[in-house]
Design a protein around this ligand. Structure first.
Ligand code: CA
Length: 225
């Protein structure tokens, strides 16, 4: 788990890096917002950001606001490090979307447990319902709805739709779909995939246009604009 720490105070930042490394994280320290922004231009993005409030150049609240406006950084959990309780109120009052706050001086083990709690909350729920255009697929209830009406799918059609919806925009070849849905050894022809896509499209009605045929390659789920 990569954690970016934007903290200008050397002693605190060094202690953070030391503690995070010792507890199994991969921390990277930054002393000013500019350095953090530069690092965010180069993926992989961090799993979490620790953000001080009083910083040189730009304060942490403004940094948080920027992170929340960028599509690629919007979802990264942020824990604010605040020097006085007044700042906590300010952050809360502004409601800029920090995931948690710790007030200095804080215990390192307390911070680590807060980090773990925030990461747990942020972890994608594998079984969460998927939504794309008018289509809703709920793996837990094995249910598909198009514009609120239930659509009855076969087990294979459901698995096919679930795979495509879980990776919107990604093209799957017929062979990949065969391997993933029917299993590698299954004695089925690639034509089977086309047949299932056809019945799936018929059943999806209004949602059918979201399944793209990529000529000569395979299929993909369109990302609705
Ligand atoms: Ca500071």
């Amino acid at each position: 788990m990569r954690i970016y720490c934007l903290e200008d105070e050397d002693s605190i930042r060094e202690l953070l890096i030391y503690t995070l490394e010792a507890t199994g994280f991969s921390p990277v320290g930054f002393t000013e917002p500019k350095a953090l922004y530069a690092a965010l231009e180069h993926p992989p993005l961090p799993d979490l950001i620790l953000l001080d409030i009083m910083l040189p150049g730009e304060d942490g609240i403004s940094v948080l606001r920027r992170l929340r406006r960028r599509a690629d950084t919007r979802g990264i959990p942020v824990i604010m490090l605040t020097a006085k309780s007044g700042e906590v109120d300010k952050v809360r009052g502004l409601d800029e979307g920090a995931d948690d706050y710790v007030t200095k001086p804080f215990g390192m083990m307390e911070l680590v447990s807060r980090i773990r709690a925030v990461l747990r909350r942020a972890a994608p729920d594998e079984d969460a319902p998927l939504y794309l255009g008018p289509i809703m697929l709920d793996p837990r209830r094995h249910r598909v709805e198009v514009a609120g009406s239930e659509v009855a799918l076969t087990v294979k059609e459901f698995a096919l739709l679930e795979l495509l919806m879980a990776h919107p925009g990604q093209v799957f070849t017929r062979d990949q779909l065969l391997t993933r849905i029917w299993g590698y050894d299954a004695a089925v022809e690639t034509r089977t995939v086309d047949v299932h896509i056809r019945t799936l499209r018929q059943k999806l009605g209004k949602g059918s246009a979201l399944i793209d045929t990529v000529r000569g390659v395979g299929y993909r789920m369109e990302v609705p604009t």
